[in-house]
Design a protein around this ligand. Sequence first.
Ligand code: ADP
Ligand code: MG
Length: 560
Amino acid sequence: MKSPDFHILADKNSYIKMIHPVYPLTKGLSQQIVKNILTEALKYLSLCEEFIPENIIEKYSILPITTRIKGVHFPKTFYHRDRALFSMKVQEAVTFETAVLLSKNNAKTGFTGTAKNFLGDLSERFVKSLPFSLTSAQKKAYSDIQNDLRDKLPMNRLLQGDVGSGKTVVAQMAMLDTVQAGFQVAMMVPTSVLARQHYAKLTEEFSGLDVNVSLLLGDTKDSEKNDLKKKIETGQVDILIGTHALIQENVLFKNLGLAVIDEQHRFGVNQRLCLINKGISPDFLVMTATPIPRTLALTVYGELDISTIDQMPKGRKNVITRTIDDSKRKEMYSFVREELNNNNKAFFVYPLIEESEKVDLKSAQEMYSSELKNEFSDYGVGIIHGKMSSSEKNEIMENFSKGSINVLVSTTVIEVGIDIPQATVMVVEHAERFGLSQLHQLRGRVGRSSRQSYCFLIISDNTGDETKQKIIEFASTTDGFKVADMDLAWRGPGKFFDIQQHGIDEFKFIDLSQDILLISSIRNDISCLLSDDPDMKKYPNLRKEVYAKYGKKLKLIKAI
Ligand code: ADP
Ligand code: MG
């Protein structure tokens, strides 16, 4: 036993009959010390003033402030403890939602954007030039966005849709409308591979529309960069696509009217703010394929409108997903070979670039050199990973999408956004090393045309049963919303959303994966309360508590 905690039971009755708290400790701190401190502190409990509005206390039958605080430290009974814990959840939701809704009100009165005037025929011409017609879900999302662009209040919209549902086209239309209204557009994406892909797509599809599209990456040459920056500042660039370089470099826009973030779950709140601040209350559109239940989105992001593309383009087939172990490797290789013979392409994804001494995992480099190159020697095999320069990566991606590479060995650099319709096979090695949402993103790299696609998840033999079960469960569904729920339940909301990135601490009592209904009900209560009494004149204690707790963060919450 390491540092056991013991009590002498001389005074048996009193000790045994009590419920004892167990606190998380750190070096130098013992249960007894924390307990003593709290016993001392709780002597002043009567000084605490209730700050939760009476009707909420009644509605949820929560304990009064002194009883609920006591109950989470030294409950008299387990019933007392449970009611106290529930009451603390309500308390937490009340303060948080008040903060969110207050900042929403601030946002409405504090900012005015610019209403954009445009005919919309530029985006119409673009849509007509596409080889497909829009799904009705895409049309609906676009019409939401168009209304926002024309409105004076700045747009703050999340466009969510499963991988491959066609979010880019919708963003492209919004971009053209903005340009037609006389404004610039910035689009920030998490990887240079994706930035180049978008750049190539937009340049090609907008040719003939007299729109200047430019690309800014971290490793763009200095001389080129300076040139480009001047063009951005003088308004010669209509649409700027780039990575974090957009916000890191001192890039100044002449009149940024629309900021777009693709794969927004990869960015933190400060990065989003930086991009928005490149303009004067520009319209803001964020896109993600990691679907978020609406209530949770409202809770985590504050005020945000959501459009969902809940429909796949016509003719798409679900990706067939199989979990396999090492014994099936050869069979899988011969399956892949058949796909290659039919002019299709395949990805092999590994968790590591190179062999590592620390962990016994197959790596991209090792498998590329020692196995896959030989196995598929009749075909072009290429490798791509994060240590390559962006122009090297670009060359490989070009060769994979249009040229001689049929099998692309990769790390997760291709995880998000990559769109290569001829790819029909995704092999993920050491699937147990990836999160479920990540696996879903990887699987989304195939199945982007009317051809049948396949995803093989290789699970290592030494993987625990629970993890194996999760991956098998994952393989049985292709629904991104289900995957997100599974992931949320499995890893917990903290990891799932990286909530700290959003400028909001994790809740202490609320569990976002379970308490969503409670939060959303309290959100309604607070919303009613604020609409009657926007300045909270009747609730000075609640106001005080909210500012004490969230005062510094109110601005962050507001701006999301
Ligand atoms: P994501 O939503 O994952 O970002 P993309 O915007 O990259 O998806 O679109 C995936 C693929 O589907 C692209 O090749 C795109 O050209 C194509 N696509 C988009 N909309 C449609 C549609 N309505 N019909 C057919 N194909 C479409
Ligand atoms: Mg995309």
